[in-house]
Design a protein around this ligand. Sequence first.
Ligand SMILES: [Zn+2]
Length: 209
Amino acid sequence: MSTTSPITDPLVAWQRLRAGAERPPAARGRPAAGPLDEQPVAAVFRCADTCLANEAVFGQAVGSLIDVSTWGHVVDTGVLATLEYAVESLRVPLIVVLGHQDCPAMRAAMRAWTDTVIPDGAARTVVENAIGSIVRRGAGAASLAEVTSAHIADTGVGLLERSPVIAQQVDAGRLAIVCVTTDSTGDSIAVHATIGAVGEVDGALLECV
Ligand SMILES: [Zn+2]
């Protein structure tokens, strides 16, 4: 049995992930499997078109992060059910919305916005969601970085709005959401927004960085 106490404080969970992400790649080592009975530190909701493993980005043991991924961060009931399970049953104190540089989904959204080219089929949902993010965040769409930042932040806010379970846990100070992107190698991260008790501004529910 592991003697490690579970992490219940959102800020402690985020500091652990951030410290792992900021270690030089050579110092992160190869992610090793953690104890089977160790509680997950965080749930990472990431875009499915990156081959970067969450544990490699954040320098954590394999199995210590719950992985949820869809293309372009489309949030459906399956995503919400998985995140609510992580938060409610596994007592995970942190959700990370993880985007990445040069994201094909965000590139498709940018093309749709600038050239009015909308894909056919279910991929259309990805583009429509990202365009909704641009509108709701009042963001510019001049660069891929702008579109990605707006969509990552809006996805975090959307989790709060669509899940009463997640909203209640954030209100109670037991859960936070951090919206970040990683570069194409997974060697560095940038924080775009925080929701809940990891922000640097006291009392701020949503802090855009
Ligand atoms: Zn992507």
